[in-house]
Ligand binder design. Structure first.
Ligand SMILES: C[S@@+](CC[C@H](N)C(=O)[O-])C[C@H]1O[C@@H](n2cnc3c(N)ncnc32)[C@H](O)[C@@H]1O
Length: 414
């Protein structure tokens, strides 16, 4: 067993098990439909892997825990005695050659869940290799004082196959502490961080610790922003905040950015559309799909220049039931619509007063936080706003407005 120093008052192995509803919630955050092999490092009694097993009954589960006493009642249940669906290893998850023990080269891991121990293990030389392989070696000011959360994250990333997805619970220190700023920057720039969800206190047994779920993929993908959410005590999930990578490196917690954006709003500072919009999507129907659709679809020709800046009733475009087009991007009351393409795209900017309807792929649907919608529409449709949009569109004849430009539209709130 490794020598361990603990955070004050903590269990020596950081055994703060995840409440079952949080485990199910974490597993619901994955977009994958049928993963093959799941890893759970520091599995404890299997709260996370048990939830994964409930979602994907056929998945092969590998659990690892240093504590020989743990029992995993929820994972193997219902299977034969020779359990091909579950293997458990009593071993230190932070040993350098864990990949060989788990046979990752021959049987790749495509999904991982993890709630690491809430401790600071005594530094060992093999941690350097683990951190190096994951790309985190240069970003730690005090390598002798590293949260187990960071080591478990790095170890997961080493063991997972390329493109695999990890859902990990990270302590608030890694999410907010200044000393981990460089780590956050490397994390966001080296991996695809899909979402960060701040959890309510009381999400774990026997501790009030603050933590966040981070969902990420082992793949290098450029990202302009990170989606940060907050889960309330009553288990309702907030709308996301879209935080640009610089601010996200500063901190990754919802509460901080929510207050920062609110302060910017109340002190009349200029902020960017991406900070005020909970979602910006391009419509999903191409012109040929529109022609064949058996339901109405709003296209740019349906947005009249004379209506710029107005909140309009589009109920005539609503399909009879929303089941008619479940997979298409839809506009709803409160959304702002702007043309993505066209010579006069800067004059096709309207709000939706009524109607829920599909839109063509020539239109962006912008969902803004309720208290800023009016400001956003008014400023996009103002003379200055239109000039900005024209200047940021590209193309000689039919102009196009890229989403990466649109999200930087400046909004001043008073
Ligand atoms: C915070 S608990 C989480 C347990 C479980 N995953 C859950 O979510 O309920 C951390 C677990 O990591 C285990 N652990 C601590 N240090 C470890 C190490 N070096 N290697 C493997 N497991 C370890 C503890 O025994 C404990 O079960």
């Amino acid at each position: 067993m490794p020598t361990i120093t603990t955070n004050s008052g903590s269990d020596i192995l950081g055994r703060y098990y995840t409440r079952s509803e949080i485990s199910s919630f974490l597993v619901e955050q994955f977009d994958i439909t049928s993963p093959v092999r799941l890893l759970d490092l520091g599995a404890g009694s299997g709260s996370l892997s048990g939830a994964a097993k409930t979602r994907w009954p056929e998945i092969k589960v590998l659990t690892v825990d240093i504590d020989p006493e743990v029992e995993l009642p929820n994972i193997s249940a219902g299977r034969t005695s020779v359990d091909v669906f579950h293997e458990h290893f009593v071993i230190d998850a932070l040993c350098e050659d864990l990949s060989t023990v788990l046979d990752c080269a021959n049987a790749p891991i495509d999904v991982a869940v993890c709630n690491p121990p809430f401790i600071t293990p005594k530094w060992r030389n093999e941690f350097t290799a683990i951190l190096e392989d994951a790309g985190f070696n240069d970003c730690l000011p005090f390598p002798s004082d590293v949260d187990a959360g960071l080591l478990f994250l790095a170890q997961n990333l080493r063991l997972m196959s390329e493109g695999a997805t990890l859902g990990i619970i990270l302590p608030d220190s890694l999410i907010t502490a200044k000393k981990y700023k460089k780590f956050r920057s490397v994390l966001i720039n080296s991996y695809a961080v899909t979402k960060v969800i701040q959890l309510p206190r009381g999400s774990f047994h026997h501790t009030d610790a603050l933590a966040s779920i981070v969902i990420l993929q082992k793949t290098k993908k450029h990202q302009d922003d990170v989606r940060i959410y907050c889960l309330a005590r009553d288990k309702t999930l907030s709308e996301p905040l879209f935080i640009d990578v610089l601010h996200a490196s500063e901190r990754l917690d919802y509460a901080f950015h929510f207050e920062r954006i609110k302060a910017a709003i109340t002190t009349c500072k200029t902020t960017y559309l991406r900070e005020l919009a909970s979602d910006i999507k391009r419509g999903s129907l191409s012109s040929s799909q529109m022609k064949n659709a058996n339901f109405p679809v709003l296209h740019i020709t349906d947005i009249k220049e004379k209506d710029i800046g107005k909140w309009l009733d589009f109920s005539a475009y609503s399909a009879k039931t929303s089941h008619d087009y479940p997979f298409y991007v839809k506009a709803q009351p409160g959304d702002i619509l702007i043309s993505r393409i066209g010579r006069n795209l800067d004059s096709k900017i309207v709000g939706v007063k009524a109607g829920t309807f599909a839109v063509s792929d020539c239109i962006y649907v912008i969902k803004c936080l309720p208290h800023v919608r009016e400001h956003v529409l008014a400023q996009m449709a103002s003379r200055e706003g239109r000039d900005w949009i024209s200047a940021h569109a590209y193309g000689v004849a039919a102009k196009q407005l890229a989403k990466k430009e649109l999200v930087t539209f400046p909004v001043t709130l008073d």
